[in-house]
Design a binder for this molecule. Structure first.
Ligand code: SF4
Ligand code: SF4
Ligand code: SF4
Length: 208
């Protein structure tokens, strides 16, 4: 356990995180990472979308005297700022595997129909890319209200609120309807895409 010099709450920490919900910190979402920091179980330098503003804010909140938390941890995956997901609609098989993992519900489409991304609501978190069994989603550089980089926490405040609202709605929508299992929001792991595709095709065959 890391030393937390002063008592902070999960809410205090969560308020400084960007609410991108990308899981690069190795936690299920921003709130889970905030909880780990407040409990002294995680360092403050695991959030790439938060950038310097988040690390400086967390360092100040915890009254850190060292600068150990100010450099991004080197075991954290890179994050492409100001990018969005683009689905190759010709290649999309309509499996809907990308829907439950999208924290902002930025993907529209129904089972067996092609899917598309609403770019203004996409943060570029890449969770759909990891989930897609046929690799038909790529990142492209586009600046949107959901992914615009802001230099300070104050400038970022309205974006953070918007992303938090979207994620709360996403959780309510998917968990209430039982369409997303808890695993959909577990820290990301590279899926066995061949096995996933085989399972999807087998299910489709059984239905026909
Ligand atoms: S790395 Fe992603 S999930 Fe973790 S705190 Fe940052 S934005 Fe949230
Ligand atoms: S569409 Fe993909 S990249 Fe964009 S927010 Fe949703 S899961 Fe993340
Ligand atoms: S996961 Fe990929 S193939 Fe499946 S619906 Fe989404 S974009 Fe289409």
């Amino acid at each position: 356990m890391l030393s937390v010099p002063i008592a902070v709450t999960t809410a205090d920490v969560d308020a400084l995180l960007p609410q991108t919900q990308c899981q690069r910190c190795s936690y299920a979402d921003c709130h889970a990472y905030a909880d780990a920091i407040a409990s002294g179980d995680a360092e403050i330098n695991r959030c790439p979308p938060g950038g310097d503003a988040t690390r400086r804010g967390l360092s100040a909140l915890l009254e850190r005297k060292d600068d150990g938390g100010l450099t991004l941890a080197n075991d954290v995956d890179a994050y492409a700022p100001e990018h969005v997901a683009l689905i190759d609609e010709a290649a999309c098989i309509g499996c809907a595997a990308c829907l439950p993992v999208c924290p902002t519900d930025a993907i529209i489409g129904a089972s067996k129909r092609m899917h598309t991304v609403i770019k203004d609501e996409c943060t570029g978190c890449e969770l759909c890319i990891i989930a897609c069994p046929v690799d038909c989603i790529a990142l492209v550089p586009v600046v949107t209200p959901a992914n615009r980089v802001h230099a300070t926490l104050d400038e970022r405040a309205s974006q953070v609120e918007m992303l938090k609202r979207s994620y709360d709605a996403h959780k309510t929508r998917f968990f209430a309807r039982g369409e997303a299992k808890a695993e959909a929001h577990a820290p990301k792991v590279m899926p066995d895409k061949k096995a996933l595709l085989a399972a999807i095709l087998a299910k489709a065959k059984a239905r026909t």
